[in-house]
Design a protein around this ligand. Structure first.
Ligand SMILES: Cc1ncc(COP(=O)(O)O)c(C=O)c1O
Length: 367
């Protein structure tokens, strides 16, 4: 049947729209939002000051190439600023990568519990999103390689992954890159890299620097606390940077975001403080929630994945309802094929303790 009205390209209407984490709990005054992996410590005070100062000149277009920000990122990470592209969040960059490298009939691989933006970005181009199995909630390099076909153009790998918090060690990422056909672009999404405290982890910088088919994306939304401003960046080979610069919006990053981003990346003491807070409370939450008999997937990021039984009254959905009534907002992850789990961002000490106490009561284990 032909419908006589404008039609989006094939695939678009098959996309399940992204649903952000809840931020309200009806009837509760004090709400602790632990549903979107934001930092409980907020941004650097210097970033807030820079953002405010940028507000004095809202009439000016931003620098379309975000040069000062790329230089600040380059200085912080020892990278060539010409190999960096900034975006309105790393979402922007993930979508641009999909648009630049995928077309109708192509395939992009992602992992079963991988970040949902990958299939959304892929299907928006008319390409097919191919989900591959994971092992122990962790991306499996062999499963990814097995799914490669002549139509594969992109592989998306979140490392660490959201919502599982698991990571792929550097040796395995290297093996993946080596075994992929040279024309397949490997996108390493390192949104949570700053939190990782593991000797066998590498965010992607080394592989980008030494190969021709790897891109790394990063964000200012997590440890830098600038999620509201929408700011991310990618580091890639010159030929990929060139392609992305041709299709990105000419002013895709706004001035207040540029100013705040520069201040945030220079405030290494604040980043250190946020990392230390996370390391301490991630371990505490994993242990305390585990002691309640709820398995927690070991996380290298700033959130934990908590698994619930399927027993009536004890399910993830029941727990979410119970916690929400107390203003403790976690994230249901059914859309990630994890219907029996909740994801919780590491919060303030107060929020973390309240969740553990509430879970005790939910399970009928409170003293
Ligand atoms: C794995 C992963 N990649 C990318 C993003 C998007 O970050 P941004 O706020 O930079 O668009 C997120 C945000 O939750 C994420 O979890």
């Amino acid at each position: 049947m032909t419908i006589n009205r404008p039609q989006p390209r094939p695939g678009v209407l098959d996309i399940a729209p992204y649903v952000p984490g809840k931020s309200t709990a009806p009837g509760v005054d004090k709400v602790f939002k632990l549903s979107s992996n934001e930092t409980p410590l907020g941004p650097s005070p210097n970033a807030i000051a820079a953002y405010r100062a940028a507000g004095d000149h809202l009439e000016d277009y931003p620098d379309g190439s975000a040069s000062a920000l790329r230089e600040a990122i380059g200085a912080a990470f020892g990278l060539d600023p010409d190999r960096i592209v900034c975006g309105a969040g790393s979402d922007d960059l993930l979508n641009l990568l999909a648009r630049a490298y995928l077309t109708d009939g192509d395939e992009a691989i992602y992992t079963r519990h991988g970040f949902v933006v990958y299939p959304i970005a892929t299907m928006g181009t008319g390409a097919k999103a191919v989900a591959v199995p994971e092992k122990n909630f962790t991306a499996d390099v062999d499963a990814i390689l097995k799914a490669v076909t002549p139509r594969t153009k992109l592989v998306f790998l979140a490392n660490p992954n959201n919502p599982t918090g698991t990571y792929v060690p550097f040796d395995e990422v290297k093996r993946l890159q080596k075994s992929l056909p040279a024309h397949v672009l490997l996108v390493l999404d390192a949104a949570y890299a700053e939190y990782v405290q593991r000797n066998d982890y590498e965010s992607g910088i080394e592989l980008v620097a030494t190969t021709d088919n790897v891109v790394m994306t990063r964000t200012f939304s997590k440890i830098y606390g600038l999620a509201a401003l929408r700011l991310g960046w990618m580091y890639g080979p010159a030929h990929v940077v060139d392609a992305i610069n041709r299709i990105r919006g000419p002013f895709n990053v706004n001035n207040p975001a540029i100013a705040a981003g520069i201040a945030a990346i220079r405030d290494t003491a604040h980043v250190e403080k946020s990392r230390a807070h996370n390391t301490r409370w991630l371990a505490w939450l994993t242990e305390e929630i585990g002691k309640l008999g709820l398995p927690v997937t070991p996380s290298a990021a700033n959130f934990v994945l908590i698994h619930f039984p399927e027993t009536n009254g004890r399910t993830a959905k029941d727990a979410d309802d119970f916690l929400t009534r107390r203003g403790l907002i976690l994230r249901q992850v059914g859309v990630y094929k994890l219907p029996n789990a909740l994801r919780m961002s590491v919060g303030t000490e107060e929020a973390n303790r309240l969740v553990v106490q509430a879970l005790k009561e939910f399970l009928g284990k409170a003293a």
